[in-house]
Design a protein around this ligand. Sequence first.
Ligand SMILES: C[S@@+](CC[C@H](N)C(=O)[O-])C[C@H]1O[C@@H](n2cnc3c(N)ncnc32)[C@H](O)[C@@H]1O
Length: 276
Amino acid sequence: MTIIASLLRAAELPDSPTARLDAELLLAAALGKSRSFLHTWPERIVSSEAALTFAQYLQRRRSGEPVAYILGQQGFWKLDLEVAPHTLIPRPDTELLVEAALELLPATQAQVLDLGTGSGAIALALASERPAWQVMAVDRILEAVALAERNRQRLHLSNVTVLNSHWFDALGEHRFGLIISNPPYIAAADPHLVAGDVRFEPASALVAGVDGLDDLRLIIAQAPAHLEAGGWLMLEHGYDQAGAVRDLLVTRGFTQVHSRTDLGGHERISLGRLPC
Ligand SMILES: C[S@@+](CC[C@H](N)C(=O)[O-])C[C@H]1O[C@@H](n2cnc3c(N)ncnc32)[C@H](O)[C@@H]1O
């Protein structure tokens, strides 16, 4: 006979920096309950089926697989999103991009484009906060497009359109008041790519050439043709790429170019505006 408290005590995840949290999330999922259930009912007996599922989850986590991929879901902003190994697990850092976009534009009608939408995280967060905005969400990877569309449907967000596109290629003459993107921005030889949870995420979501700037360069070069006069381009990038991204924006004719810092004081977002 096994109880919740003893299963959690015995759960070993030596390589995870968040071992206790991981174990609680995995056990709660194996039981089909919330984490608070575990704390409220530590003496509750666990069925042998649930204990076996938990053991299998722990084994996957020990091999390095991220909890979000094991459970197939991740919280982002105020939303619960389905996630899958075809694209990035949305990060809390990216909520900074959402916050900045909500500050930048009025809540009235606007056309917004999320480039490289992945799970749909940014597009769906913006659309949920701003029902008057029309949000287009594109990704090159078909499985990511299908995933973002499933998330859109589950969240009943009718002001989002999800499309398969290599950056701007499928967008024709369409122009936007805001283009927002968290593109791949890691250098191909970056050692972080072969360490930790990132190992399980696809290169298509992470890697952008020798210096990590290939996709940022391309987006900045092509964005003016898809922005309204006075429209904004807002980009997430690596902590050491802000200077390079600002230079690219200025060179391409953007005004009001600046960066914003995350809670750790790193410049992780840069933005600029097309002249009116
Ligand atoms: C860093 S992930 C960001 C995913 C999501 N926006 C987020 O913040 O969680 C980059 C995304 O860009 C997509 N991507 C990469 N190259 C692309 C391209 N050429 N055109 C469109 N999307 C692309 C990837 O498939 C991936 O989903």
